[in-house]
Design a protein around this ligand. Sequence first.
Ligand code: GLN
Length: 198
Amino acid sequence: MEPVRKTIGVLALQGAFREHRRMLEGLGADTRLVRWPSELERLDGLVIPGGESTAIAKLLAIHGMYGPLRAAHAAGMAVFGTCAGAILMARDIEGARSDQEPLALMDVRIRRNAYGRQIDSFETTVPWAGIEGDPVKGVFIRAPRFADLGEGVEVLSTSEDGEPLAVREGRALAAAFHPELTDDSRVHAFFLERVVGS
Ligand code: GLN
């Protein structure tokens, strides 16, 4: 039997949403760009892209998205945030601007712009629990650091010096880096197969 096609929204207020969409479509998902609450209806999952978390937060508020997005997640919609998206999913943001409200979808504390200027941006490979074969490719751009994880939060990826790079709590998945800016779609496949509808 053909697997049921999943419908995945990509939050398209600011940031690298086109790249996520391309990757998800390449994996056979139906996608929808999401800017307004009504566009959250009947989604199996939502991706919150990287970009600038202060700008995305401002637009989420202007578009009245905070309540509907939290409600859709509570009702079963999986959420995957990369970089700025991961920042917004946290319960607490260190280095947040005063008007930058977290979505608080995960019991994690995250620190914005946690790496020094000299390593502003780089591509590397990282291991990922549950993805077989080579480590996955990721681009780090002014990446955040997961500073404190609640009890129910599982670490899926860890750097060589022991920093968590990707975490999961139920139907919420967050990565400090950008898998969508590489040619490696295995993290998106993991989201579709293992987090959406779990
Ligand atoms: N530093 C950015 C922020 O705080 C995130 C960077 C990114 O998404 N690549 O929003």
